[in-house]
Write a protein that binds this ligand. Sequence first.
Ligand code: SF4
Length: 429
Amino acid sequence: MEAELPDARVSQADISETAIGGLAPGDIVVATEIVFRRGDRVRCPAAPVLWHALRRRGLDARLTALDTRSSEEGEAAVLLTTGPFDEGCGVAVAVSDRHLSGLATAREVMRAAAAAGGRRRVLLASPRSFCAGVERAVEIVERVLARNGPPVYVRKQIVHNSHVVRELEQRGVVFVDEVDEIPVGAPVVFSAHGVSPAVRAASTARELEVVDATCPLVTKVHAEARRFAGRGDTLVLIGHPGHEETEGTMGQAPERTVLVQNVADVALLEVADPQRVSYLTQTTLAVDETEEVIRALRARFPALRGPRSDDICYATTNRQNALRAVVDQADVVLVVGSENSSNSQRLVELARRSGTSAHLIDDVAQIEWEWLSGAETVGLTAGASAPASLVDEVVAVLRGLGPVEVVEEPVAREDVGFALPRKVFAHER
Ligand code: SF4
């Protein structure tokens, strides 16, 4: 078959269709790299987004390099492309002639990809990604793994990020919900979110060797909870029900602690002695919303006492300030983080409260073309438990859709570091 193949030097605002050969019957190939007939070779970093978009629509596509020079043999196919390949970017999918429904779907997805393409600015919120508590927790698990070998048991997710958890699982870490799932006498790592005294007692009863990866800033809140409850106060914890950190903090003084989420909860509070009320907060809350709740508590309990400095940690505060600095200029905000990451969710809410559409993504697989259509400026950040490499991958995808100017102006310098527990050093068992 003699076919006109797209010329790598021609910019394409929309999709282009070309007949090629060389595919297996029924095959659909998303190109990670495309080699044109005249030999031009273009990488397609946005290919994973296209691949996932097709899979979400039920198409079983392959993700691989596509060399159109070797397309003479094999089944006839239609190559759909959108550039501009002359600027080193674009996406391409080849659909075998026999896959008629696949071709219709691929056209639809590629039209959305074409609409998402174009020149844009990326405003990188800074700081973003890992905080000191997350780095410490992950390093603790890695050191226990190196010291003991697999399996290493961790109670709950070490940090709330699916990539971190999956990667550790592949290396032999076993995440459990409760310590009674762990063999008697085995080592256990407590997650960065902390545990209640009841969990410590259960671990002791099981003779587990505890290695505590609780973030020191959460440990500080636990100490405050015990101190406030010890002086006879009702302790009002501002936080999210069901979150592991909240459960660990409430467990420090369960009989004296009540949980509130918002101003409406404050209005319903009943306490034994309004003169003896203290508050604490989860470390990963929205700074402005929490201030409102504290104001409401003070209005109801003028003798309210609290921690000397805010419990919302430096990393949460910095990531929110960093996003605040870019959100008004962005057409859309992407927050890299997992669903169960509280501080990532707060970043999404912050952007939306500012009137900017925002999406939480675990990784590039969850990007939808429609979000990028018309978005000349993209705000990009990541929660404190999301690896920085995932942000780099998002930038690479955007570069695969058109020329990208990356702008980054840090709002704070982070030089916080936490010491590791002695137990994790190989010679100190
Ligand atoms: S987000 Fe804050 S409290 Fe949580 S692990 Fe990081 S530094 Fe510690």
